[in-house]
Design a protein around this ligand. Structure first.
Ligand SMILES: Nc1ncnc2c1ncn2[C@@H]1O[C@H](COP(=O)(O)OP(=O)(O)OP(=O)(O)O)[C@@H](O)[C@H]1O
Ligand SMILES: [Mg+2]
Length: 364
């Protein structure tokens, strides 16, 4: 499995200094509002490609008012191999990353850790715009296809360039052709990865689970193969120029979800039902990854317990323990986690004069 075994934070948001070792059991973080629980989960989320669970800019992570640089140092155990990860940000410079003491691009983190999260902000995932759903889907894909991050980055870079030509009304067919060919290579890979992931998740859903299985569909107008994609963009140049951007492609895809048992579109389900559907997806993902690679992902569940009734909470904890995925769960009080008992490692997070402290403390 992938396991975070050690974490050290310096000047990261409210954590001026924090250090903890994790023994592989699910980790409970409890503490009052504003104690620093989400900040800690955010630091862990930065051990995977991208901007972490708040999508914050590196500058925002700098502990204030001190205003010095922040640093996260972590050890990850991936199927018995240890990896040292260090990432840091300083005022005025972009975030840097080192894996096993060598400078590395962020996309390389996809090969070291698979990570998923649920946060309170995602309560509106099925209701708000497609961008959040696409991002969630791409994170699911990343667990199965570590190269997906590079395909998405490559696609977006070529598309940004094409969009710039469109806005500037450049009419150089060879230039467009070269960019469209690059976009089509990455685009076809993105579409295929997404489709394979949805098929894999459907196969891994557990019909007996108390978390409702969602039928997922990829809503994408783009043709799936490389040749047709390039052709569609070449034919659409005039229309795209009028719009000033690329109007079709996998960057416009959406994820549709229907609650299997009731045939109800996700957006019309209750808040608790929508949350349960996301949990079902995360559990199916962990199950599939464990079956395929023997390596379940790290799962960050920010304030998930508070939204579940007692029965579902217990079912979630049991599912996490059965899967053997390392989960980090936050909540305001330890009583939310009593069902886990000694199956979890528990930390109290508390704030003192604006700074967070982390203290291992057994569940009562
Ligand atoms: N860059 C920063 N520097 C210093 N403190 C910060 C920074 N960014 C956020 N904080 C503070 O960190 C504190 C802890 O925030 P966090 O979101 O981790 O709390 P929490 O324990 O998750 O609380 P809740 O239960 O309300 O979700 C907050 O008071 C927040 O204002
Ligand atoms: Mg929080």
């Amino acid at each position: 499995m992938t396991r975070l075994t050690h974490l050290r934070l310096a000047h990261f948001r409210s954590h001026i200094r924090a250090e903890a070792g994790f023994d592989g059991r699910p980790v409970v973080l409890f503490g009052d509002n504003g104690a620093g629980k989400t900040n800690l989960l955010e630091a862990i989320s930065l051990l995977s490609p991208g901007r972490g669970l708040r999508r914050a800019a590196a500058e925002d992570l700098i502990a204030q008012p001190e205003g010095l640089g922040w640093k996260i140092a972590a050890t990850l155990n991936r199927a018995g191999t240890l990896h040292d990860i260090e990432t840091e940000g300083r005022p005025g410079s972009p975030r840097s990353l080192r894996i096993d003491d060598k400078a590395a691009p962020q996309s390389a983190l996809g090969r070291v850790s698979a990570m998923l999260w649920l946060t309170p902000a995602m309560d509106r995932l099925w209701i708000e715009g497609a961008e959040g759903r696409r991002r969630f889907l791409d994170r699911l894909v990343l667990g199965f296809e570590p190269d997906h991050a590079e395909a998405v980055l490559g696609y977006e870079k070529a598309m940004r360039e094409r969009n710039r030509l469109l806005r500037e009304e450049v009419r150089d067919a060879a230039w467009y052709g070269a960019l469209e060919t690059r976009m089509a290579g990455f685009g076809a890979q993105i579409i295929a990865n997404r489709a394979a992931t949805l098929a894999r998740l459907a196969a891994a859903s557990d019909p007996d689970s108390p978390f409702p299985h969602a039928d997922l569909t990829l809503l994408d107008d783009a043709p799936p193969d490389e040749f047709s994609l390039a052709e569609a963009w070449a034919e659409g140049r005039r229309r795209d120029m009028a719009a000033g951007r690329t109007l079709i492609g996998p960057h416009r895809a959406d994820l549709g979800a229907v609650w299997g048992a009731r045939g109800m579109p996700a957006a019309q389900c209750s808040t608790g039902e929508q949350k349960a559907m996301l949990i079902a997806l995360i559990l199916a993902h962990a199950r599939a990854l464990r079956q395929d690679t023997g390596i379940p992902p790290i799962v960050l569940l920010d304030e998930v317990a508070a939204h579940l009734d007692e029965g579902r909470r217990a079912a979630l904890y049991d599912a996490i323990c059965t899967l053997g995925a390392q989960a980090f769960l936050s909540g305001t009080g330890p009583e939310l986690f009593t069902h886990l008992g000694t199956r979890a490692q528990c930390f109290r997070v508390h704030a003192d004069a604006g700074h967070s402290n982390l203290q291992e403390s057994p569940l009562p």
